[in-house]
Design a protein around this ligand. Structure first.
Ligand SMILES: C[C@H](N)C(=O)N[C@@H](Cc1c[nH]cn1)C(=O)O
Ligand SMILES: [Zn+2]
Ligand SMILES: [Zn+2]
Length: 478
């Protein structure tokens, strides 16, 4: 049965409008995992996903992964995880595709040019929340299998899916689920494939590393209730002033992390890595232009990539309880909660980072001699992940990219986090490849997120070809 890639490619091309319509249906579901009020939508998204795979004849399960504990101590069910299986031929390799169908929050008034939940095509780009992160890539993997089925072509490998709905909030409950199913669902899996990241430039890429993330809440509590800043200002220790004071001790203006112990844990950058970075296609000027800033923190490509991918950083995301509405309310907020995260790299350890951050903030807070109360909590502790660049899974990836996209992919890392990648590696021991199809300018987590029709459709073809290539990969690294 010779592999008929041309027929599969033709099939994908002629069904592209249907693929776009399915993406439209998926984007219309506001599956925001960070907002508990949207939990019904998220559950609906998991049901739609399961139904799509069931209709294709997959052996599908919606796996209960327990409850999520909210900040007030109440519990709500976590969205079920969708697992599916196509084929169980023991003479074939088995791949397991991981993805997520939850999204980051989005509101039109955040500055979107279009309704974020109404997929809108403009100049070949499909705009909508979750289009690139991660709904189109998940659908592309589903459509890749569907194409083989439609043409009555035998799948070259058994295909499993594990699709979750909590990735954007740290994949709550998934670690435990993987451990529980390690000797059942994962027992016959040879390789895990993840397409939850993007290219670095217009050139296709394969991703061999992700940063981890430690996400913190720092709460400062003072008076019983908010106070008039004229009537009480000058007489009380203000929680917001305390909070801003300690936040300012996390990182300096040059990007140096000031928390003792963090920088010491970072694995040294090797000559080999620097050389690899220098050969990667990446234009600093267009990156800068795209972001809309006057100056970047580093002026050489290798330094910039290193700080994007393999050095830690601190980002301050927001302050709950702070006055942020338009207008000039003159209030002293009684309780404020800062949200910040530290992207982590090898050889940092989230448990150690938790202690380092907590000790540091408590020591800085003590210096202020304030009667207010500080509480520091780490709510996400996701580890970084790195693959062996020489793994034959990547050689298969290079062949598929060359065949479908006519280019040699750049070998890149991802600055973002795929919290479950490291668990897959540590718990299942399976080899992992990250095969991105998102564009460099897709605006993940941002306003006007998009997936280009080109990347969506060519990406589907790439996945079709990869299923063929991966069928020939040796089970042991050679
Ligand atoms: C890279 C991936 N598409 C993604 O966006 N992941 C999130 C996961 C996360 C980490 N902490 C909280 N959520 C990210 O990198 O922000
Ligand atoms: Zn994602
Ligand atoms: Zn994301």
């Amino acid at each position: 049965d010779p592999f008929q890639l041309d027929a599969l490619i033709q099939y994908v091309d002629s069904h592209q409008d249907e693929y776009v319509e399915t993406l439209r249906d998926w984007v219309a579901v506001e599956s925001d995992s960070s907002d508990v009020l949207k939990r019904a939508e998220l559950e609906h998204m998991m049901d739609i996903t399961a139904e799509k795979l069931r209709k294709m004849g997959g052996k599908v399960e919606l796996v209960d992964i327990g409850d999520q504990e909210l900040s007030d101590g109440t519990k709500i069910p976590l969205p079920k995880v969708v697992t599916a299986q196509f084929g169980s031929d023991s003479s074939k390799r088995t791949v397991c595709i991981y993805g997520h169908v939850d999204v980051q929050p989005a509101k039109k008034e955040d500055g979107w040019a279009t309704d974020p939940y109404n997929l809108t095509e403009i100049n070949g780009n499909l705009y909508g929340r979750g289009a690139s992160d991660n709904k189109a890539p998940v659908l592309a993997w589903i459509h890749a299998v569907e194409a083989y089925q439609a043409l009555n072509m035998e799948l070259p490998v058994n295909v499993k899916y594990i699709l979750e709905g909590m990735e954007e909030t740290g994949s709550n409950g998934l670690d435990a689920m993987i451990s529980q199913h390690n000797h059942t669902f994962f027992s016959d899996v040879d390789y895990i494939i993840i397409s939850d990241c993007g290219w670095l430039s217009r050139k296709p890429a394969l991703t061999y590393g992700t940063r981890g993330n430690c996400y913190f809440l720092a709460e400062v509590e003072g008076p019983k209730q908010d106070l008039h800043s004229g009537v009480f200002g000058g007489t009380v220790f203000e929680p917001m002033t305390d909070l801003i004071g300690i936040l300012d001790t996390l990182i300096d203006s040059s990007g140096k992390i000031l928390i003792p112990g963090i920088n010491e844990a970072v694995a040294a950058l090797t000559e080999e890595e620097m050389k690899l970075y220098e050969g990667i296609e990446f234009d600093l000027e267009s990156y800068q232009r795209k972001i809309g800033v006057d100056r970047l923190m580093y002026s050489s490509k290798a330094d910039l990539l290193a700080h994007r991918w393999r050095y830690p950083t601190v980002s301050i995301h927001g302050i709950e309880g702070a006055f942020s509405a338009p207008g000039t309310k003159t209030v002293i907020p009684a309780k404020v909660i800062a949200k910040f995260s530290i992207r982590q790299v090898p050889d940092m350890d989230p448990l150690l980072v938790e202690k380092q951050v907590s000790d540091h903030l408590n020591a800085e807070f003590a210096k202020r001699n304030s009667p207010n109360k500080l509480k520091v909590t780490m709510v996400i502790g996701a580890k970084p992940w790195v693959a062996d660049l020489k793994d034959s899974l990547y050689e298969a990836g290079k062949r598929a990219v060359k065949t479908v996209l006519g280019a040699d992919p750049d070998m890149i890392r991802e600055g973002g986090t795929i919290p479950i990648a490291r668990t897959f590696q540590d718990v299942t021991g399976k080899r992992i490849i990250m095969l991105p199809i998102g564009g460099f300018d897709d605006g993940l987590h941002s306003q006007n997120e998009k997936m280009s029709r080109y990347n969506y459709i060519e990406g589907t073809k790439l996945f079709v070809a990869y299923l063929h290539e991966v069928a020939q990969v040796w089970k042991v690294v050679i």
